[in-house]
Design a protein around this ligand. Structure first.
Ligand code: 3HC
Length: 311
């Protein structure tokens, strides 16, 4: 049953009082935050791989420099979020082991391949666009370290989204082949981007409790709808066709009606059977193994200096 402590905690949440690391919190609150923040951090780290694939292949020095900066930002977002998760009493090593062993989830979207340069544009425009939609409310979530991390992250994400849109703009204003490449990428990225917001509210295991605790401020379907309403006019401006025959403006709702994502594909991907899940985990495990000598060197150096200081 709900103890007095639970009641006092819920009262703090209802009064929009930020919860800080040293405050008492229900075990379930701590657990779901460790789950969500660590998965968010893993998403940032794994999210570097699809884009990293194009740093050496960028069509110009300027695009290469922008992409390098973006991938570096994602690494920073990951480290920021791992630190926020550590304030809840979990260690970085535990979180790393959960990712490398395949136990932890990360955003479904990063299990799709980046086949052409247009995909890099779609990741910025759609994936970061969706990530912003989902991260802006998190700036006001009840857990202090997470909400503060989001303020910094959201500032950098808007640059990510703008540069992606600009890549797509350059393609649709280019040759017929370039416009066709952009349309092909949109056909492959539209539905996975829609699925990033999570399952339909009716199938969402955590939403109800997360909303009660002020972790989730808007439901999955609400943010998904906002993303569609914001993105359709952008696709029209670009002269690209969204791959959804059911997409139609609904005057009564003042929103777009749209088709149903393939939720079997979604649950299959988050179960680990997506196109690139294996490749992404292999890449992370290889990076971890290849970096062992460097970590050992740092630890040996740290021991030596600590010994000197003690001596
Ligand atoms: N990818 C992988 N798993 C997902 C998912 C997705 N897109 N959406 C939902 N799930 C999982 C949930 O983790 C949960 O499984 P679990 O119990 O094993 O953890 C299950 O599906 C049920 O979904 P729920 O709706 O109940 O789960 P949540 O309440 O956690 O809602 C969420 C899902 C909206 C993604 C929420 O976790 C969230 O807001 N996470 C933080 C934000 C985030 O991760 N954004 C995407 C990161 S992409 C990014 O930032 C990189 C970009 O900068 C390039």
């Amino acid at each position: 049953g709900t103890s007095d402590q639970d009641k006092a905690f819920q009262d703090k949440i209802d009064r929009n009082v930020r919860i800080e690391p040293r405050d008492w919190m229900p075990e379930g609150y701590r657990k779901t935050l460790i789950r969500q923040i660590s998965q968010h951090a893993h998403s940032e780290i794994v999210g570097q791989l699809p884009e990293g694939n194009w740093i050496t292949r960028a069509p110009s020095l300027q695009r290469k420099a922008i992409l390098l900066a973006k991938v570096q930002d994602e690494a920073g977002h990951g480290l920021y979020l791992y630190c926020a998760a550590e304030t809840l009493g979990v260690s970085r090593d535990e979180l790393t082991e959960q990712l490398l062993s395949g136990k932890a989830k990360y955003s479904s979207i990063f299990n799709y391949p980046t086949l052409t340069w247009a995909d890099v544009g779609m990741i910025g425009w759609l994936v970061d666009g969706a990530a912003i939609m989902n991260q802006v409310p998190l700036q006001r979530c009840s857990y202090g370290p997470y909400s503060r991390a989001m303020i910094r992250v959201c500032k950098e994400e808007s640059f990510h989204q703008r540069q992606g849109f600009d890549i797509v703009r350059a393609l649709v204003e280019g040759t017929e082949d370039q416009k066709a490449m952009a349309q092909d990428a949109l056909n492959r990225w539209w539905w996975p981007a829609i699925m990033m917001f999570g399952p339909p509210d009716a199938d969402s295991t955590h939403s109800e409790q997360s909303m009660k605790w002020g972790i989730k401020l808007n439901s999955n379907d609400e943010l998904r709808q906002k993303f569609v309403d914001q993105t359709v006019p952008q696709a029209e401006w670009l002269g690209l066709t969204l791959p959804d025959p059911d997409l139609k403006w609904n005057e009564d709702r003042q929103s777009y009606d749209f088709g149903t994502p393939d939720w079997d594909e979604f649950f299959n991907v988050i179960k680990g059977n997506g196109i690139c899940n294996r490749e992404r985990l292999d890449a992370r495990n290889k990076a971890w193994d290849d970096g062992a000598w460097f970590r050992e060197g740092l630890m040996a150096h740290a021991e030596k200096t600590t010994k000197q200081n003690i001596a």
